[in-house]
Design a protein around this ligand. Structure first.
Ligand code: HPA
Length: 287
């Protein structure tokens, strides 16, 4: 068990080596497309200033096609302006039972391919009845209630050690970048739970008391793994439904998928503009 972290890092290095056989050697940004966001792939591919490369993730060591509804199973390489970007079209959730290292394998692999910025996206339940279902929000902080950490076990390589500071887990500079292109976007505290069941109304009442505004089954462990590697994290949630007990309706996975589909143009457009703005900001730094 103690060596699980070391094995996970070795597997991520191996995965990166395999990917480099077909993809350009270096990337700067990883985008993980969650529920409601995977439909943005055509819009993001259309942005690319270089040929798009695609690998089925089942071909890459340590990855498995996600079983979650609405998740794709590909890794793509695109270029936005002069920024090389990896797109992971679906993610592994803790509730799929493959363990915490499988959940963050994409983050560690992308680190080995040069990425120092991660954009995590997800579909989530919304605790704020004054916000609109079908709109994206920026995550400003999280509460990790999965009862897991990707840093459990031996002190993990290669950088910060296990006592990772999460004070600024979601980079202020990236949140500011989003606000510069979408001034009215809301910012939220995201509560990450194990799932796969939805919450009870009582759990949502508790979460609201704690200050949570969005609730979902992903993102928090990936953020911790990314911060452990000193990667900058931006996380965007699409409000796919009002959280349990807030609307009078029952919750369903199908509803989450449908709202995601209905919002695909909006989220694809936002992600495209975020990537273009990021590229322009990097160009300013490069010149
Ligand atoms: N709860 C947890 N995860 C979710 C929800 C929700 O209401 N909606 C989409 N993912």
């Amino acid at each position: 068990m103690e060596n699980a972290v070391h094995e996970a890092f070795a597997l991520a290095e191996h995965a990166a080596t395999v990917i480099q056989k077909t993809f350009p050697a270096h990337h700067e940004v990883l985008v993980v497309l969650g529920s409601g966001w995977a439909e943005s792939v055509p819009a993001l591919e259309a942005l690319s200033t270089s040929p798009v490369h695609t690998l089925e993730i089942a071909e890459i060591p340590g990855f498995k096609k996600p079983t979650a509804l609405g998740h794709g199973g590909a890794l793509k390489s695109i270029t936005v302006g002069s920024t090389p970007v990896l797109l992971l079209t679906g993610r592994t959730h803790l509730y799929e039972g493959r363990g915490v290292h499988a959940v963050v394998h994409g983050i560690r692999t992308a680190y080995n391919l040069g990425c120092r910025t991660v954009i995590l996206t997800n579909g989530a339940g919304c605790l704020r009845t004054d916000w609109q279902v079908g709109t994206p929000v920026v995550i400003r902080d999280h509460i990790n209630l999965t009862a897991h950490s990707p840093l459990t076990g031996d002190n993990a390589p290669p950088l910060a050690g296990r006592f990772v500071d999460l004070t600024d887990a979601y980079a202020t500079s990236l949140r500011d970048l989003v606000r510069s292109i979408e001034p009215s976007i809301n910012e939220a505290v995201y509560l990450g739970l194990h799932g796969p069941h939805f919450e009870t109304p009582a759990e949502i009442t508790m979460a609201a008391t704690w200050g949570a505004e969005m609730v979902g089954m992903s993102t928090v462990l990936e953020t911790i793994a990314a911060r452990h590697l000193d990667m900058n994290v931006l996380a965007l949630s699409l409000a796919t439904n009002l959280a349990s007990g807030l609307s009078g309706n029952k919750l369903s996975g199908e509803e989450v998928i449908q709202v995601g589909k209905d919002s695909s143009k909006r989220v694809g457009d936002l992600l495209s503009r975020v990537l273009v703005a990021f590229d322009q900001q990097q160009n300013g730094k490069r010149s």
